[in-house]
Design a protein around this ligand. Structure first.
Ligand code: PA5
Length: 458
């Protein structure tokens, strides 16, 4: 198994028999999920997605080959690629690219013979829009627009701007530079794509946005950046197999789901996903959307937070060590790195750091992890009272990341069912949209506008 759950630092928080006691609930959640009898059962397409995508089953017929071909074309004809999407329509792609290529992935684009790739359409900030627009100025570029509904304001607005730019620059060849990832039949974006002749890729009806990273939503931008999407899917397929057994004792994914539920029931309301790699920062964001939108409803749910240590030990560390006792940490620890850095000796030792010389920086990072683990948990005897679940992963590469994506998705679904919510809807996201449309004067919202304006006046 690529992800191993280490529960040794839950001593004093979770007893062995509690895992045994919760196992039947986990088995029930498994049964509901796999038999398709649970809430939200029309959104279970992600469950077999890694295998369906590779075999080209159903909506995915020919998709993988087309994704690879489109990625190759973009790599050849574009210096810059703009990926438009919000929430589940962009976080997964960005998370995987940054995790594999680093947060500064655009700085190595030229050297690696690939286009720079930027994300937009995930906010309404005019400043950001202007920054992104300046990046394509005078350069060959392509646009990947991702929206399942095809109507999300942030993405649609950005697409309107970039479509015009592409059309002005490439005229009747504009359609060769725009790629749409959307519903297979419905929606404004699908209609527009068919009318204009854009190449389209499908987000199936039964795959929700935050569970769609292993479709063209994630795979196309990831492949453009030169990451091995076959290995990513391979890892996800192994995770799919490993997490298919109902027995919690043989299923690390379910063990993680069960542990976080036990901790939640004991009052740990916040889960902080922690990594010791800067490049994991957007994976944290992907995780937060996955768990926040899936579990946070009906007045329930663990609040998903995140940190990158040791950086955030200098901001959030004080709170974790000594603040309210409501947080548990889930640490994602990668065993090996191919990108190590050797620390040399300095003859005069002016900075007093020679005790670090002659070793790899990964070793220093590991000691920071171990030191923090002992500081934050009761095991260290420093007064730490934060439960730590450790997810041990051999290394950070495509295979392991594909495994981890599926691992988190499956654990999220099982956790949601154990919590008693529908993990596959997001009714709460609609409220702000309704208000925003009314305040902007969209037709059909006239009455709401008056009411809201009066409320804003106080
Ligand atoms: O998980 C989800 O369903 C959401 O985050 C959506 O992905 C997000 O709101 C974007 O929606 P759409 O792809 O329809 O533009």
């Amino acid at each position: 198994m690529a992800v191993k759950v280490n529960s040794a630092f839950l001593d004093g928080f979770v007893r062995e028999d509690e895992l045994t006691n919760i196992a039947p609930q986990c088995a029930l959640a498994h049964e509901a999920l796999h038999s398709g009898t649970g809430a939200g059962n029309d959104f279970l397409g992600w469950l077999n997605l890694p295998s369906d995508y590779v075999t080209g089953a159903g909506d995915f017929k020919g998709e993988l080959a087309r994704v690879k071909a489109a990625a190759q074309k973009i790599r050849k004809d574009s210096e810059v690629v703009i990926v438009l999407g919000i929430g589940g329509s962009y976080l997964g792609a960005r998370a995987v690219i940054e995790a594999l290529k680093g947060t500064l992935y655009n700085s190595t684009a030229k050297k690696e013979g690939r286009p720079e790739l930027y994300f937009a359409g995930s906010s309404l900030s005019p400043a950001y829009m202007n920054e992104i627009l300046s990046l394509v100025d005078g350069r060959d570029f392509s646009v990947i627009v991702v929206s399942k509904s095809g109507t999300t304001t942030e993405t649609a607005l950005a697409f309107r701007v970039f479509k015009k730019l592409v059309e002005e620059k490439y005229g009747d060849k504009a359609n060769e530079r725009i790629y749409a990832v959307t519903d297979k039949a419905r929606g404004t974006l699908k209609g527009l794509s068919d009318a204009k002749g854009y190449e389209t890729f499908v987000i199936p009806d039964n795959v929700g946005g935050r569970f769609s990273v292993l479709t063209a939503v994630g795979l196309l931008p990831i492949a453009v950046c030169g990451c091995d999407i076959d290995a990513l899917l391979k890892g996800a397929n192994v995770a799919m197999k490993d997490s298919s057994v109902p027995d919690i004792a043989k299923n690390e994914c379910y063990k993680y789901a069960a542990l976080r539920n036990i901790l939640h029931r004991k009052g740990f309301a916040i889960e902080m996903l922690v990594s010791y790699e800067n490049s994991f920062m957007m994976m944290n964001e992907w995780f937060k959307q996955l768990y926040g939108e899936s579990e946070g409803k009906d007045g329930k749910g663990i609040f998903p937070a995140s940190a990158v240590f040791s950086t955030d030990l200098h901001s959030l560390g004080q709170y974790v060590q000594d603040g309210s006792n409501i947080i548990f940490e889930t640490v994602v620890w990668f065993g090996k790195t191919d990108k190590d850095f050797f620390l040399e000796d300095e003859p005069d030792n002016a900075d007093g750091l020679n005790f670090l010389s002659g070793q790899n920086m990964s070793n220093v990072n590991e000691k920071a992890f171990q030191g923090t683990l002992l500081a934050h948990t009761p095991k260290g005897g420093d007064g730490g009272k934060t439960p730590n679940v450790i997810l041990e992963i051999p290394k950070l590469d495509e295979f392991e990341l594909g495994y981890l994506l599926y691992f988190f998705e499956k654990a999220c679904a099982i956790s949601g069912y154990m919590l008693g919510v529908n993990p596959f809807d997001q009714p709460g996201v609609e409220s702000y949209k309704k208000n925003m449309f009314a305040l902007l004067g969209k037709s059909g919202f006239e009455k709401e506008k008056e009411i809201l304006l009066a409320k804003l006046k106080g």
